[in-house]
Design a binder for this molecule. Structure first.
Ligand code: NAD
Ligand code: TYD
Length: 354
C-alpha cells in the first residue's frame, strides 16, 4: 500500500513526508506537488535514491493526472496539503487561492470519489481522504474569548482563510453526500525547518542575519498559537490512524504569543547563538503599516484530539523555537537558494511601499 501526499515539497508537507519515511516500516509515498514558489525539491534531498518516495511534478487541478496516479498506485489514503498558504499573497492576488485551494480541492475530491468507488471490501473500508486545514477559517478572537473548538462557527476574514473554509466545506459535503471517508484537521500557526521566509518566524531570522529591518505589522500585539511543525505532523498521523470518519480535529500547542514577543524571542536567541558586533538584533525591529483585515487573535482548543487520540505535542515553544533558529543557522545554502529569483520581487512588492 502507498499513500498519496499533495503539496509534499512545501513547508509542512515536506516535514510530513520526511517524518513518515523516517519509519522503516512506513508505506511508500507518492508526492504530488506543482513546485510553485513555495515548493522546493531540496527539502526532500535526503530521500534521493529512496525507492519509497515517488515524486510527481504536477497540479492537483489536473484531473487526468490525479486519476492516473490513483489508478496506478492505488493509495490507501490521500493526505492533502497542497495549497496557496500565505495571507499577504492572498491579499495581493486572491485568484491563485481560489484556483488551487477551492477548485484544486474539488478536483481532488472528485478523483478520490471515483477511485474510492472502484475499491471493495477492506480496501474500501480502510481508505481515507485527510484534508489539512487551518484555524484561520474560524476568524478572529477577542482577548477574553475561549480558544477555537471544532464547533466554532466559520468566520473567515482573508481571501486565504475564505478559500480554506470553502475547501473544508467541500470536504464535509463529499462525506455527507457521497459517503467519502474524510478527516479534516485545523491547525494553528506552524514553525520549524523548511519554512519559507515570507512567513513571520523565518522572515525575522533571515532578515536579522542579513542586518535588514524586522517588519512588525501594526502594533505587533496580534496573537497566534504556535505549534512546532513536527508536532503538527504527529497530530495528522494520529488522526489518519484513529480519527472518526467525517470528524474535524483541531491541532494546537496551547502556545499563544503576541507577534512582538515572537520577534523579541528570535532576536534574543540570535544574540546568544550568532551575536552581531553591531548590537542586539532587536535594534532592527521596524513597525510597518498593518495588514488589511488583520485578524487579532487565533487560539486552538486541542482537547478533542488529546482526549480521543491521546495526541500531545513533544515540543514546548521554548524548545521548538531554539531548534528552529539553530536549523536556519545550520542551513545557509537552503536559505540562499529559496531567497533567489522570485522571492526578491515579492519582498519588493509587499514591503516596498509600507
Ligand atoms: P506551503 O505554501 O509551504 O506549501 C504548499 C505546497 O503546495 C508547495 O509545495 C506548493 O508547490 C504546493 N502546491 C501549491 N499549489 C499546488 C497545486 N495546484 N498542485 C499541487 N501542489 C501545489 O504551505 P504549508 O505552510 O506547508 O501548508 C500546507 C497546508 O497546511 C496548507 O493546506 C495550509 O493551508 C495548511 N496549514 C498551514 C499552516 C501554517 O502555519 N503554515 C497552519 C495550518 C494549516
Ligand atoms: P504569517 O506568518 O504570515 O502567518 P498568518 O498570517 O497565517 O498567521 O504571520 C504571522 C503573524 O505575523 C501575523 O499576525 C502577521 C504578522 N507578520 C508581521 O508582523 N510581519 C511580517 O513581515 C509578516 C510576514 C507577518
Amino acid at each position: 500500500m502507498t499513500i498519496l501526499v499533495t503539496g509534499g515539497a512545501g513547508f509542512i508537507g515536506s516535514n510530513f513526508v520526511l517524518d513518515w519515511l523516517a519509519d522503516p516500516a512506513a508505506e511508500p509515498v507518492v508526492n504530488l506537488d506543482a513546485l510553485t514558489y513555495a515548493g522546493n525539491r531540496a527539502n526532500l534531498a535526503s530521500l534521493d535514491g529512496d525507492a519509497r518516495h515517488h515524486f510527481v511534478h504536477g497540479d492537483i487541478g489536473d484531473r487526468a493526472l490525479v486519476d492516473q496516479l490513483l489508478a496506478s498506485h492505488r493509495p490507501r489514503a490521500i493526505v492533502h496539503f497542497a495549497a496557496e498558504s500565505h495571507v499577504d499573497r492572498s491579499i495581493h492576488g486572491p485568484g491563485a487561492f481560489m484556483k488551487t485551494n477551492v477548485e484544486g480541492t474539488f478536483t481532488l475530491l472528485e478523483a478520490a470519489r471515483a477511485y474510492w468507488g472502484t475499491l471493495e471490501g477492506e480496501a474500501k473500508a480502510a481508505f481515507r481522504f485527510h484534508h489539512v486545514s487551518t484555524d484561520e477559517v474560524y476568524g478572529s478572537l477577542k482577548p477574553s474569548d475561549p480558544p477555537f473548538a471544532e464547533t466554532h462557527p466559520y468566520e473567515p476574514n482573508s481571501p486565504y482563510s475564505a478559500s480554506k473554509a470553502a475547501s473544508d466545506h467541500l470536504v464535509r459535503a463529499w462525506h455527507h453526500t457521497y459517503g467519502l471517508p474524510v478527516l479534516t484537521t485545523n491547525c494553528s500557526n506552524n514553525y520549524g525547518p523548511y519554512h519559507f521566509p515570507e512567513k513571520l518566524i523565518p522572515l525575522m531570522i533571515v532578515n536579522a542575519l542579513a542586518g535588514k529591518p524586522l517588519p512588525v505589522y501594526g502594533d505587533g500585539q496580534q496573537i497566534r498559537d504556535w505549534l512546532y511543525v513536527k508536532d503538527h505532523c504527529s497530530g495528522i498521523r494520529a488522526v489518519l490512524a484513529g480519527g472518526r470518519l467525517g470528524e474535524t480535529y483541531n491541532i494546537g500547542g496551547w502556545n499563544e504569543k503576541a507577534n512582538l514577543d515572537i520577534v523579541q524571542t528570535v532576536c534574543a536567541l540570535l544574540d546568544e547563538l550568532r551575536p552581531d558586533p553591531a548590537g542586539p538584533y532587536s535594534r532592527l525591529i521596524t513597525y510597518v503599516t498593518d495588514r488589511p483585515g488583520h485578524d487579532r487573535r487565533y487560539a486552538i482548543d486541542a482537547r478533542k484530539i488529546e482526549r480521543e487520540l491521546g495526541w500531545r505535542p513533544a515540543e514546548t515553544f521554548e524548545t521548538g523555537i531554539r531548534k528552529t533558529v539553530q536549523w536556519y543557522l545550520d542551513h545557509p545554502d537552503w536559505v540562499a537558494d529559496v531567497q533567489s529569483g522570485a522571492y526578491q520581487a515579492w519582498v519588493g512588492t509587499h514591503y516596498g511601499a509600507r
